[in-house]
Structures are given as C-alpha cells and as structure tokens.
Ligand binder design. Structure first.
Ligand code: AMP
Ligand code: GLY
Length: 424
C-alpha cells in the first residue's frame, strides 16, 4: 500500500515510524515531513493548504491512503476534497471536525446526547458574557469558540481575570476564533487524554495518556502544546474507560451519525476525572502531540491495518493490544518557547542518544542546514523511552536527553511526576 502522511511534527514522526513498520506498506510519502520523518518516508514539498495539489499528487502516485496528522487541514476540509476525488483518507470531514473546530458545536452535541461536560453559556457579545461571568463568579473558564492553536482558553481564578479574558476574545485577540465565546463551569479533578479510532459507527478504545501543558516545572507558567507525556494514564482505570465509552464516546458517535456527519478518524477526548465521574473538557479530531509519541511505541498492532479498517467501516472486527510497559516522552524546546522560540541553533548527538535502551527520538521542529541538524520551531525533539514503570521510562528518557548536545534548548525535568508519585 502506498500511503501519504500529512504533517511535519513529532506526532507525524511517530506515525511515520509506526506506519513504516507495517508489512502492508510498500511506500510512504510525507508532506511536508521533517528530517526525522525523512528516515521513514520520502518527504515531498507539497503545500498541504493547497488541497487540489495534494489530490493531484495522490492521483499521480496512485496513493491508496492519506493519513492526516494535524487538525488544521481537517477543519479546512482536506478530507472532503480527497474523498470527493475518490482518494481514501483517514481523518474526518470538515463538518465532523467541528468537534474540535467549534467548542459550541460540541457543547450543543453534549446537550442533545446528555454527555457529561461543564455547564456553559455561549455568547456573541461581551456584554452578555460579562453578565454571565458576574452571575457565576470565579473560578470560571473562558474559551474562544474556534480553533486558536491551543491558546484560546483562560482558566480564570478571579472575576477580573475572567472579564479580561472576555475582552481579549471580543477584541480580536484570537481572530475569527474569538468572535463567539464559551464561558463554562470550572471542573475540578485530574485530567486525562483518551483516544479512540472511529469508523463512523464504531469506536475502538485506542489508549490513554497524560500530558504536561505548562512550560515550567511543577506545572507552572504559560500553556504550551505540551512539554511531555506518558502512557498509559494510571488514573484511567478499565472501569473509567468503560464508563467514558458508554457516557461520552458512544453517544458522540451516535449523535454525529444522526446529524449525517459520521465521524471517521481519531477522536481524542480531553477528560476531567471529577468526583462525579469523567466529564468531557474538549474533543480533538486527531492524535495528541506529544501523546501520539507515547502511544505508538506501546501499540502492538499494525497501525496501517487499523486505519484501513476505520476508513472501511470495519472497526467492529478489530482490537488493539498494547505493550505492558509505560512510555514517556520529554519535549526539548527552543529557548524562548512558547512566546518566541529562537530558530537556527545547532543540535548534536541525537543519533548517539537514540541508541539508549528502549529509546526512540522523534523530530518535531527540526531542519537540516548545511548538513547540520538545527532547531526550526518551538518544540524541537521528543525523547521517548519505554520502561517497566513510568519511573524507569522517565530515567531512560532523561539519560538520552542528557546525551544531546544543544545548549540553546531546554526541557522540563519533571515529566511524569504525578504518575511516578503514584507508583511510590
Ligand atoms: P482546552 O483547550 O479546552 O483543552 O483547554 C485547555 C486546558 O484548560 C485544559 O487542558 C484544562 O487544563 C483547562 N480547562 C479547560 N476547560 C476547563 C474547565 N471547564 N475546568 C477546568 N479546567 C479547564
Ligand atoms: N498535547 C495536546 C494536544 O495535542 O492537543
């Protein structure tokens, strides 16, 4: 099978690495890819925002399956253009991708299907939003309705902060994403990420993880795309997985199908494990980054076979088994991340570091310049390790991190702390 993978981050390197291990694969292309992905795939310089160009490439190369990594092309309708051209694609239509692209779309679905989530109000003007904030008090959560690259959410601990966040949204701070605002109840508990493969009718549970969104140790400082992750999430017991499937994921697939928007691809539920049970914080319509980097090394199955089954509506016949080991990934970021990462510094020792026991290093924001590996983004490398416990995986990952020679990079030294504490 000839496969085209869309994307260029650490998530896509992990997907490329796993797809490349499939006996069914004959050729893997990646657009645009990165220097790490280039070890697994032929990288092609197609503009992935040019959907017609992607479709033309697929026809020319007789691509059997397109796998879309990031959300932006899905929300923009890449899967629709490909499907209309008769090209098989793993990833939801633009209409189904509203589960990530529009917070109010998901909230309304939750209302209709009785899915547990935070109580909320949706507002098109600041006046009404301010009133709601004053009425409910703090803590309270303010969210730009649309896609804001993970930056549209303010967890406000005071009414003043909440009112400022409302202003920021309506002042155009998040562009079109902030034209409408969701204000919701603050949920208390432990967060966990839960993944399912979906074929429109059936959802196959596909692993759990926890990430660290804050840039600083002890989960402090500004939010980022994620500074590290581990899998499985110890808090997600089998009983909680079963309950999440029954109360959250299955009603979602049913509701989407009823609306004529069957969901195909990865459904990533961000959950708050509250005293009243799991509640949906948000949906994403793709793998997490860096959560994917800890799922793939644990997956025992052929990812390509499972993705094909999802596209063909055959997931009811499939299962997913996982290695018992824990996986943990540490994100190495460029100085200045997340506000203003500095590009261009040289990184040495990655291949040596990757020789560590049960270590695999995924590239995120890297580039080659005059034969040298350089930083080319905010999150740059994902140093991943397996271990008999989170603690062991953590020790192996940091041993590999310390072998990388990159003075202009940094990482958190406490990835996995909560799980390690739980292990005792
Ligand atoms: P989101 O982009 O919706 O995942 O929100 C980013 C982060 O904000 C989440 O991972 C949570 O840590 C936090 N958050 C979002 N919604 C809530 C909520 N209703 N209660 C508490 N924390 C929340
Ligand atoms: N790591 C969080 C996300 O991918 O949305």
């Amino acid at each position: 099978m000839k496969v085209l993978l869309i994307g260029s981050g650490g998530r896509e390197h992990a997907l490329a690495w796993k797809l490349a291990a499939s006996p069914v694969l004959t050729k893997l292309y990646a657009a645009p890819g990165n220097p790490g992905i280039a070890g697994e795939a032929e990288c092609v310089a197609i503009d992935i925002a040019d959907h017609a160009a992607v479709a033309a490439f697929c026809r020319k190369e007789a691509i059997d399956l397109v796998v879309v990594g990031p959300e932006a092309p899905l929300v923009a309708g890449l899967a629709d253009v490909l499907s209309q051209a008769g090209i098989r694609v793993f990833g939801p239509s633009a209409a189904a991708a509203q589960l990530e692209g529009s917070k109010s779309f998901t909230k309304e679905l939750c209302d209709r299907q009785g899915i547990p989530t935070a109580a909320y109000g949706r507002f098109d003007n600041a006046l009404a939003a301010r009133e709601y904030v004053r009425e409910h008090g703090a803590p309270i959560v303010i969210k730009a309705d649309g896609l804001a690259a993970g930056k549209g959410v303010t967890v406000a601990m005071t009414v003043d902060d909440a009112l400022n966040a409302v202003e920021e949204c309506f002042d155009g701070g998040f562009g079109a994403a902030g034209a409408s605002v969701v204000v919701e109840e603050f949920l208390q508990g432990e967060e966990a990420s839960f993944f399912c493969l979906c074929d429109g009718k059936t959802a196959l549970p596909f692993g759990t993880a926890q990430d660290h969104k804050r840039v600083g140790e002890g989960d402090t400082g500004p939010n980022t795309g994620g500074m590290g992750a581990y899998s499985p999430a110890p808090a997600m017991t089998d009983a909680l997985i079963e309950r999440t499937m029954r109360e959250i994921v299955e009603p979602t697939l049913k509701g989407m199908a009823e609306m004529g928007l069957p969901f195909t691809g990865v459904l990533y539920a961000g959950l708050m494990l509250t005293a009243d049970g799991p509640k949906l914080i948000e949906y994403n319509v793709r793998f997490g980054d860096p959560e994917c980097q800890v799922l793939m090394p644990r997956l025992k199955e052929d990812l390509l076979v499972l993705m094909n089954a999802a596209v063909d509506g055959q997931l009811a016949h499939m299962s997913a088994r996982w290695r018992d080991e824990a996986a943990l990934t540490v994100v190495l970021a460029a100085e200045g991340y997340p506000a203003n990462p500095r590009r261009g510094s040289v990184i040495r020792g990655v291949d040596e570091a990757a020789k560590g026991e049960d270590v695999v290093i995924f590239h995120a924001g890297t580039a080659l310049k005059d034969g040298a590996l350089v930083a080319n983004g905010g999150r740059v490398l994902n140093v991943t390790a397996l271990g008999g416990s989170v603690k062991e995986a953590q020790a192996r990952a940091y041993t590999a991190v310390d072998r990388i020679d990159w003075p202009e990079g940094f990482c958190r030294r406490d990835i996995g702390w909560r799980a390690v504490q739980r292990e005792g």
